[in-house]
Design a protein around this ligand. Sequence first.
Ligand SMILES: C[S@@+](CC[C@H](N)C(=O)[O-])C[C@H]1O[C@@H](n2cnc3c(N)ncnc32)[C@H](O)[C@@H]1O
Length: 351
Amino acid sequence: MHLDFVPYREGKVELSVPNPEKSWQSADVPIFFNPRAARVNRDVSALILSVLQPKDVLDGMTATGIRGVRYFVESGIPQVYFNDLNKTALQLARRNAEKYHVNAQFFNDDFNLVCLRNRFWAVDLDPFGSPAPFIWSAARTVRSGGYLLVSATDTRPLSGASPKQALAKYGTILRKPEWYPELMARVLYFLVFHAAAVHGKGVEPIIAFTYEHHVRVVARLREKPSLITKNTAQIGFYEVDGKQYGPIWTGPLQNKDLAREALQRWDQDYTKVSRKILALASKEPDVLGYYNVHFWAERLRLKQIPRFDAIIDSLRERGFVAERVLWSDKGIKTDADEKTFAEVLLGAATD
Ligand SMILES: C[S@@+](CC[C@H](N)C(=O)[O-])C[C@H]1O[C@@H](n2cnc3c(N)ncnc32)[C@H](O)[C@@H]1O
């Protein structure tokens, strides 16, 4: 098939990519490239890695090479390993890496085999759909104190929209809650926890977010039995209509200090959405789930949606934490219970 390459600018690089109009719509095209949702994923990842500074990174499913090149150029990661099973993609990745003189090594192999034969300080796993078939080798290959960056796009199982698939792929029993974009990250994080624990490593959250159909979690892995023990206490259940679902990761998802540092490195070359994600991650309360204000306004038959500022102020005046969330423009995260939240919403609606 003839491939139509075009120059494409993203972050601080300009690379050659297959025509973005066509190449992200299907997994069957010769080289995959998504300039929309995945761009936000890449922006946040490049900014976070610039703070974390691992000694090397495996861009394990690289396609055009864009992540690895950006991690070298923008994040300052001194050594980048590129891998893709697709030979044509790897040729393009090589060309893009050469343009920026990336200190690079290339593999053209199955992700699991590359992980089996090597060790890395950071691994970026960005598959089509679910990372479940690759997570065990990814967790094994990351050195103690290194980082795992994982994407997933199979939102139906992760959100609880297909409970059977969720059980099959993620080993958990789910039902879709009003805060399902956050649930997706908590299910993915549960997978990362389990894969790491199997290999004797505990996990520490760095950042987690969802943007459109992209779910992304970043974790530090440490060979430390006491951390695994601590993690097991952060696995738990959530409730919908009085019934419990899970298990999922119920602990913190964000390292707020790191998110704040990454935010300071943001500039106009990055998407505005990436700035918003980092800003909200840097102050996310460590609370499970959030309230979807639109859903509650309908439930309470409010004539209009109250102002978010008014709701947040009123919750804080009553002594609760309250913040907007990175998971949805409709969400408020607070430690107030449902009855209190409803009272506050009714009060804000009549102000
Ligand atoms: C979603 S794309 C990656 C997009 C890229 N990371 C980016 O940000 O633009 C997934 C890539 O994984 C590759 N791939 C699929 N299965 C693989 C496997 N088992 N091992 C290595 N690469 C694989 C595909 O050829 C494809 O290029």
